[in-house]
Ligand binder design. Structure first.
Ligand SMILES: *Cc1c(COP(=O)(O)O)cnc(C)c1O
Length: 226
C-alpha cells in the first residue's frame, strides 16, 4: 500500500493535537510515535518524510527486520510486551514503553548495568484493571517505584497506559488521569518521569487533553491494518 497522502494526514493530526492541547491546558509538547507494525519499511520512510522521527513497533523480530531494510535514522520505540530472555534486543530501541512487570524490570536493569548505559523505559500501568491488559496496577505503583529507585541500569522516564477499546469519554478520562497520578508517584520516588505515553488513533484527543506527551498512532496515519 502506498502512503502518498501521509503528509496531509500528519498535518491534520497535528491540528487535532494542537486543539486538544489548548482545550486541556497542560501546555505540554506532544510527540507522535508512528506505529508501523504490520506495515513494511515503506511506512517508516513515509513517516520520516512527513516529519515523524519516532516509530513504534510491538514485536522485536518484526522491528529488527524492518530496521535492516530502512535507511532513514528514525528512533525505534518498543511498545509491545518484551520477554525477559530478549532484553538484549533493547540495543536496537531508543525507548521501551512497556515495562510491565517487576521481573522484566530486573532483567532490563541487569542488561543496562552490563552494557554500562541505562535503558530508557516507561512504566506500563494498567489503570483500568482489565485482566487482558498487561502492566503494573495503579495501587502497586508506589511500592514498585521505590523498588526501581535503586536500579541504575534503567531510567524511568514516565508512564505508558492503554485505555479499554471503545471506552466512554468518562472512562477514558479516568484511565488517563490515573496515568498522570502514576507519573506523580514515580516523580515522588525520585524518578525523572516526565513522559505520558497514552492515546491511540481512536482516543488520542482525550489523551492529549489529559496531558499526553507521546501519542502512539497507527491507523489514523497509515489506514487499517490487514
Ligand atoms: C497498535 C498499537 C497502537 C496503535 O494503534 P492504532 O489504533 O492503530 O493507532 C498503539 N499502542 C500500542 C501499544 C499498539 O500495540
Amino acid at each position: 500500500m502506498p502512503f502518498h497522502d501521509i503528509a496531509g494526514r500528519v498535518s491534520e493530526v497535528r491540528e487535532r493535537i494542537a486543539a486538544a492541547s489548548a482545550r486541556g491546558g497542560h501546555g505540554q509538547q506532544v510527540t507522535i510515535i508512528a506505529v508501523t507494525k504490520t506495515h513494511g519499511p515503506e511506512a517508516v520512510r513515509a513517516a520520516w518524510s512527513a516529519g515523524l522521527y519516532a516509530v513504534g513497533e510491538n514485536r522485536v523480530q518484526e522491528a529488527v527486520r524492518k530496521m535492516t531494510a530502512v535507511e532513514v535514522p528514525v528512533a525505534w520505540h518498543l511498545i509491545g510486551h518484551l520477554q525477559r530472555n530478549k532484553v538484549s534486543a533493547l540495543e536496537h530501541f531508543a525507548v521501551l514503553h512497556s515495562l510491565d512487570s517487576v521481573r522484566l524490570a530486573e532483567a532490563v536493569n541487569e542488561y543496562g548495568v552490563r552494557r554500562g548505559c541505562a535503558v530508557e523505559v516507561l512504566m506500563q500501568v494498567n489503570v483500568s484493571g482489565e485482566a487482558s491488559k498487561g502492566g503494573i496496577e495503579l495501587a502497586a505503583v508506589p511500592v514498585e517505584a521505590e523498588r526501581l529507585a535503586g536500579f541504575t541500569g534503567l531510567r524511568v522516564a514516565g508512564v505508558m497506559t492503554m485505555a479499554p477499546y471503545g471506552a466512554s469519554d468518562c472512562e477514558l478520562r479516568r484511565v488517563f488521569q490515573g496515568a498522570r497520578t502514576a507519573r506523580d508517584m514515580l516523580t515522588s520516588a525520585g524518578h525523572p518521569a516526565s513522559e505520558l505515553s497514552m492515546g491511540m488513533s481512536n482516543d488520542f484527543e482525550v489523551a492529549v487533553e489529559e496531558g499526553a506527551t507521546m501519542v502512539r498512532l497507527g491507523t489514523v496515519l497509515f489506514g487499517a491494518r490487514s
